[in-house]
Write a protein that binds this ligand. Structure first.
Ligand SMILES: Cc1ncc(COP(=O)(O)O)c(C=O)c1O
Length: 381
C-alpha cells in the first residue's frame, strides 16, 4: 500500500502472523503486533524478577495508555475508563443511569449480543428495550430509529459498525437525533475503533465502548469506555469501587468522594499487564496514523468487494465507502459459510469468518493485495 511507505516502522515485520496465514479476520480476534508482544514479555519479566517494585512505572504505563486511548477515541485521557470488555462498558452505562419505571431504550435488530443483553435485562427495572428492524439492504433507517423514540426514551444504543454485515451507521446523524431529543447516545465502537479516526467529544456521543481485541490489535479482555464528562453528575455510583475513590490509598476513608473522571468506574485492581499491552498496540496504530490505516483498509475492502462480486457472490456490505469500514460480508444461496471458512483455514491458511449466513472478510492495514487475491483464488467458484 503506497500510502504506508512513510510509516515510521516496518509494517509487515510487526505482524509475524503474515509469515503463516493470510489473516483477514480482524472483526473476530486479532493477532497482536511484535511491539505488543515485547511489552507483554517485558512486563512479565519485570513482575517475575522484581515483583511490584516497579509499580510506579506500571502506573505510568497505564497513564500512557489512557493518553493513547484518548487520541484514538477523540477525547481527553480523563474521559477514558478501562474496562474488561465491550459488554462491561455497556453494563457500566446500563447500571449507572437512574432509570424510572416506564423508560425505554432503543436499539437495533441484529446487533452483537454485548449491545443487547445489558439493555434487555433492564426489564427487571421496568425499562423497555425496543429494537428497530433492519432494512432489506441491511442498513437501518434514521427515520425508523426516530419513529421508535418517544418522550420516555432515555438512551439509543447502536454499533458504529455492524458485526455481521459491515454496515457503518451514521453516528453523526444519530448523535444529532439524540441531542435534539435529549436522549443518551451509546455506541458499541469495537468494529470501528482502530480502523477509523473518531472524535467522540465533537460527535456528541455519551458513551463509546470497545474491547481491544479486534481492530485495536490488543489482547482480549481489556478495552476502553468513553464517558462524556457532563454525564458523570447524573450517574449513580453502583458500578464504582475502591479504586474509583479520589484517594484509593486512604484505606480507612470509605466515604470519601469518587474521582471526577471516568476512572471512577474502574472499580478495583487494574489489569496493568493488559493495559500496558493495549497501550503498545494503540501507539502503533497512532504512529501509522488512523487516517492512513483507514485508507489502507478501504483499498483492501474495495478490492475484496470487487473480487467477490466478479465471482458471483451477493455482497451485503454497502458499496458506498461512507457506509462501511473494514468488514466485507457476502454470500451465495445455500452456502454453508462456517464450513467454507473452516475449509479456507484448513486448506489455504486463510482466516475469515462465517457470521449470520455471510462470509465475513476483515483485513487490517498491514494486509496486502496478494493476500486478498489469495482469498479470491481460494473461494468456492
Ligand atoms: C459489535 C460487537 N460488540 C461486541 C463484541 C464483543 O464484545 P466483548 O468485548 O464484550 O466480548 C463483538 C465481538 O464480536 C462485536 O462484534
Amino acid at each position: 500500500m503506497s500510502d504506508l511507505t512513510q510509516t515510521p516502522f516496518d509494517v509487515r515485520a510487526e505482524f509475524p502472523i503474515t509469515e503463516q496465514y493470510a489473516f483477514l479476520n480482524h472483526a473476530s480476534v486479532s493477532p497482536i503486533p511484535l511491539t505488543t508482544q515485547t511489552a507483554i514479555t517485558e512486563f512479565a519479566r519485570d513482575a517475575a524478577e522484581e515483583g511490584p517494585a516497579n509499580y510506579v512505572g506500571w502506573l505510568h504505563s497505564m497513564a500512557l495508555t489512557r493518553q493513547a486511548a484518548g487520541q484514538v477515541v477523540g477525547c481527553a485521557p480523563e474521559d477514558i475508563c478501562f474496562v474488561k470488555s465491550t459488554n462491561h462498558g455497556a453494563l457500566i452505562a446500563a447500571n449507572s443511569i437512574n432509570w424510572r419505571e416506564g423508560d425505554n431504550v432503543v436499539g437495533l435488530q441484529h446487533e452483537f449480543p454485548a449491545n443487547m443483553v445489558p439493555w434487555h435485562n433492564l426489564r427487571e427495572r421496568g425499562v423497555e428495550f425496543r429494537t428497530v428492524p433492519e432494512r432489506g439492504d441491511y442498513t437501518y433507517s434514521i427515520d425508523a430509529i426516530a419513529a421508535q423514540m418517544d418522550s420516555r426514551t432515555r438512551l439509543l444504543a447502536v454499533s458504529w459498525v455492524e458485526y455481521s454485515t459491515g454496515v457503518r451507521n451514521d453516528i453523526a446523524a444519530l448523535a444529532q437525533l439524540c441531542r435534539d431529543r435529549g436522549v443518551i447516545f451509546f455506541i458499541d465502537g469495537i468494529q470501528g475503533l482502530g480502523v477509523m479516526p473518531l472524535n467522540a467529544e465533537a460527535l456528541g456521543a455519551d458513551f463509546v465502548t470497545a474491547d481491544g481485541h479486534k481492530w485495536m490489535l490488543a489482547p482480549e479482555g481489556c478495552g476502553v469506555l468513553y464517558v462524556r464528562r457532563e454525564r458523570l453528575a447524573e450517574m449513580n455510583l453502583s458500578m464504582t469501587g475502591w479504586c474509583g475513590l479520589r484517594n484509593p490509598q486512604a484505606y480507612d476513608d470509605y466515604l470519601q468522594p469518587v474521582k471526577d473522571t471516568a476512572a471512577r468506574f474502574e472499580e478495583g485492581s487494574h489489569n496493568l499487564l493488559a493495559i500496558t499491552a493495549l497501550g503498545a498496540s494503540l501507539r502503533l496504530l497512532l504512529a501509522a496514523s488512523l487516517e492512513k490505516v483507514h485508507g489502507s483498509v478501504e483499498e483492501l475492502v474495495t478490492r475484496t468487494m470487487d473480487g467477490v462480486r466478479r465471482l458471483g457472490y451477493t455482497v451485503a456490505t454497502p458499496a458506498d465507502p461512507a457506509q462501511r469500514a473494514g468488514i466485507v460480508s457476502f454470500t451465495r444461496e445455500g452456502m454453508d459459510v462456517e464450513a467454507v471458512a473452516r475449509g479456507l483455514m484448513a486448506d489455504h491458511k486463510i482466516s475469515i469468518a462465517g457470521r449470520r449466513g455471510f462470509l465475513r472478510v476483515s483485513p487490517h492495514f498491514y494486509n496486502n493485495e496478494e493476500e486478498i487475491d489469495r482469498l479470491l483464488e481460494a473461494l468456492p467458484r
